[in-house]
Design a protein around this ligand. Sequence first.
Ligand SMILES: [Zn+2]
Length: 140
Amino acid sequence: MDIWEKLYLSAKPLYKPQEINDFVYANNVVCALESKSGKVYTGYCIEMACGTINLCAERVALLNMLQDSGEMEVKRMIAFRDAPPTGLDGLPCGTCRETLMEFSPKNADTEIMVNYEKRETTTLKEIFPNWWGTIKTNKK
Ligand SMILES: [Zn+2]
């Protein structure tokens, strides 16, 4: 089993789209990531009627990592619905890309699964170049 299979199998059981109650909908996208230290964290998306908690699976996994260990750097991540990513469907949304960069600019090197079967990946800096924070940090 390679690390990607380990990540995939860690997140897969979380996929079970459900209305938890009349106000909360969750589990229709899941994510697993490997932190810099090698720990695996998972998350599932959650949406609430009030709108204050509308979080993608990726951001929930990031929060689980931060709250469990204080880590901010991510080696690699995979996100999917009922099947592993086969292309662009595996890529994080703009808010998650921004969140990864704000967690740590070193996450520019985070490896992101694109096509699970082919083990084709990309990096955050490839899909999110010219991050504004880099410009800000370069200014003194
Ligand atoms: Zn997102």
